[in-house]
Design a protein around this ligand. Sequence first.
Ligand code: HEM
Ligand code: HEM
Length: 145
Amino acid sequence: MDPRGLIMVHPVWQVASTLLGFYAAWFGIKRLRSLHLGHQVSFPRARHVLLGKLALMGLILGTAGGAIMVRWMWRGWLVTGAHAWLGMVVAVLALLGLTTGLVLERRPRPRRALPLLHGLANLTLLALCLVNFYFGDHILDALGD
Ligand code: HEM
Ligand code: HEM
């Protein structure tokens, strides 16, 4: 494959995973409303779990893929500054979101604190992904794409 095509795999993958994350968040916010605000809204749990897993695993793989591409192209780890460091924060939050999500899925019981931690970690990482779109676009500019 031509190297320019290869460089675009990571941005396209990350944007797609982030969009899946927002779709999962749409259902997650329904749960937040029913659990903490007393609103009568249904929560499609299975759909939320499936979309959430696809999004978070996609983001973790895509972030690792970006780092491996940079290592391969520029022979160094985390050389792109803000984009790389924000990526590390996203990966850590995604691991936290995934592990807390798995506990909530597999050991269901009435809880308030863990779902809140889970929801805040995941909503924060989605916001950071949007910021990283901006820094990622600068890398593409620097590469002349
Ligand atoms: C981008 C991905 C995700 C986002 C944005 C997200 C967001 C949320 C939010 C906002 C809530 C409501 C929290 C609350 O009421 O305090 C929630 C609940 C929940 N999430 Fe996620 N989540 C994601 C991924 C996942 C994954 C991967 C799993 C499972 C492996 C999962 C399982 C659950 C479960 C089971 C609940 C309901 C908890 C309960 O009823 O006590 N989520 N999520
Ligand atoms: C979900 C959001 C994203 C995260 C968490 C993320 C994370 C990362 C990380 C950790 C690296 C390795 C940096 C290094 O080692 O110095 C990287 C590389 C890179 N990122 Fe991102 N990124 C995201 C979205 C984007 C977007 C939307 C673009 C483009 C608009 C982009 C463009 C790039 C480029 C061009 C590279 C160089 C390697 C490659 O293309 O595979 N990234 N990214």
